[in-house]
Structure formats: structure tokens, C-alpha cells
Design a protein around this ligand. Structure first.
Ligand code: ZN
Length: 294
């Protein structure tokens, strides 16, 4: 089944709800980066969280989330946009750790808590919007929640969940975001809190075959959920040989000449999807002619 995100309103339109099944997206990321369990869960949660934030944007707007908590996985970088296209990178993919006290993958231990979560939004304006909060948990769901409340002033609850198989492949991944709209009653907020407390581990529900629609009904317990939109989400990288050409041109004549003399060509790898683009001597010579840099 392809990945899907649903946008809905609930509790008589007092709460906005997003639910996403991102199993294939995180599966693809795990395969491309060869991540081990703790890195898979950290990267996967970051990708699900960024996708939830991304789909609040318009189609051609995009955002980048950088998480750096000085833990063993190093920094995590995730790009997403209003179309649900997400790509992710983790500095050290081969990290696995003993399970935490709750018997779960130790995402906090992998990410660390000595650092920041930074969101940079490109809203097609002159400058990007940048918001930053300290990592308060390292488990990432709470960190995204804290970001929404403090940087965007939208009281929210964000849950992120990744289930990893013993052979390191991804079993299920998904998440939800509930936002309190300005006219919400206290009674409604109490119901939301109760629903979230009672929600079983989301990736487990999805592994058992529950759809985002069914999980939506678990989150909106008064049966007032109203789906506004369903959009596909996926791992998608927008790199191309053209883009790498520009990057090589920017290096300047001297460096390109060195690549020609020493390596007789160049391999450029995209950090996000690990696609390698090869440039032979002839192509490098052409790029050398195009550069204005010494
Ligand atoms: Zn790429």
C-alpha cells in the first residue's frame, strides 16, 4: 500500500488532525542509508515529523529540519514540502544501542539532548523563516511538539513512531499531529489529551493493518472526525546531474584541473539518496571552461 497522509478536523472542528502512514518512506531511507536500528528510528521519526510539518505548507513551499543533539548519530537533516515529498540524511547511519528502560529503541541516546532542533522554511519570500528550539527530550516527538508550541505558537501534540525488524528493515512508520484551534474548549483539550494517552504505539497499530482513517477515529473519540484531504507521501530526492554540474563549476578552474589530473574524472554522490553521478575527463574539461572562478 502506498504511503498516505490524511488531513482532518475533529471535535466539532475545534482540533486539526494529521495522520500519516510513512512506512515505505522510512523503509526507503533505511535501505538507501543502510541505517541500524537506533539510527533508523531517529531518522525515521525525524522524517515523519518533518513530513507532518511539510504538509501544512502550500505545494511549492518547502522546509528543512536539522536536528543536532551531539549524540552518536550526529546530525540529522530532513527536507520536505507541501506535496509530501521527503528526503533525509543522517551523519552516522550505523548506530544501534541497547533498548531503553521501556524496552524501546533508545532514540534519545542516539540523538542526544545537547543541541537544537532548527526549522528553516522557504515560503517563496526573500528570506527563509527560521525557528529554533533546544532539544528537550531527544525522543523527537516531544521536540517537534515543543517547536510547534514555542516557535510557531500553535499548541500541538505530535507523535512519531518507527518499528524496526530484527534484520534492520523497517516494519512500520507513521505519526500524527493534533493542533488546538483558537476557539477550542477546555473540555475538548482534555478529551484530546485522554485520546493520546490511550493511543497504543502507532507503528504497531499500522503493522496490525490499521489505516490512517482508523487511527484518526482513535484520536477523535467523539466520532466527529471529518477528513478534508488525503495526499500521497514518499521518499523523494530532487537531485540531478545538472545540479552537481553547478556544484563542480562553483569549485573553480584550479580544483577542477586537479580532479582531471589526479583522478581523470569525478564521482559526486548525493547525501540524501546516495545516487552517484559520474563525470569523465571530457565533461570536467567542459565544466572547467564554464567556470569564472580561478
Ligand atoms: Zn539525491
Amino acid at each position: 500500500m502506498p504511503d498516505k497522509l490524511i488531513k482532518a478536523l475533529g471535535y466539532n472542528d475545534q482540533i486539526r488532525v494529521y495522520v500519516v502512514d510513512a512506512t515505505n518512506m522510512v523503509k526507503t531511507a533505511q535501505e538507501k542509508h543502510g541505517t541500524w536500528s537506533a539510527a533508523t528510528a531517529a531518522l525515521g521519526r525525524a522524517m515523519v515529523g518533518t513530513t507532518l510539518l511539510g504538509t501544512t505548507l502550500k505545494g511549492d513551499e518547502k522546509l528543512t529540519v536539522r536536528i543536532d543533539g551531539k549524540g552518536p548519530v550526529g546530525y540529522i537533516l530532513v527536507d520536505s514540502n507541501g506535496k509530501g515529498e521527503t528526503k533525509g540524511y543522517i551523519k552516522n547511519p550505523q548506530v544501534s544501542l541497547p533498548l531503553n528502560e521501556q524496552g524501546k529503541i533508545d532514540v534519545k541516546g542516539a540523538v542526544g539532548t545537547d543541541g537544537m532542533l532548527t526549522v528553516s522554511k522557504d515560503l517563496n519570500m526573500k528570506r527563509p523563516f527560521v525557528g529554533q528550539v533546544p532539544l528537550i527530550s531527544g525522543e523527537l516527538g516531544e521536540d517537534f511538539t515543543y517547536y510547534m508550541a514555542n516557535s510557531e505558537q500553535v499548541p500541538s501534540a505530535i507523535g512519531l513512531s518507527v518499528l524496526v525488524n530484527p534484520d534492520e528493515t523497517v516494519k512500520a512508520a507513521g505519526g500524527f499531529m493534533m493542533q488546538v484551534l483558537p476557539d477550542a474548549e477546555d473540555e475538548t483539550i482534555a478529551k484530546v489529551e485522554e485520546a493520546i494517552t490511550n493511543l497504543p504505539l502507532m507503528s504497531k497499530l499500522m503493522d496490525e493493518g490499521e489505516t490512517p482513517e482508523q487511527i484518526l477515529d482513535r484520536l477523535v473519540t467523539d466520532r466527529s472526525a471529518r477528513i478534508l484531504e488525503a495526499i500521497p507521501v514518499s521518499f523523494k530526492c530532487n537531485c540531478s546531474k545538472e545540479r552537481f554540474k553547478d556544484a563542480i563549476i562553483a569549485l573553480g578552474k584550479k580544483e577542477i584541473q586537479e580532479m582531471i589530473e589526479e583522478d581523470h574524472g569525478a564521482d559526486a554522490m548525493c547525501h540524501f539518496c546516495r545516487t552517484t553521478y559520474q563525470f569523465d575527463e571530457e565533461e570536467l574539461n567542459e565544466l572547467k571552461e564554464e567556470t569564472d572562478m580561478p
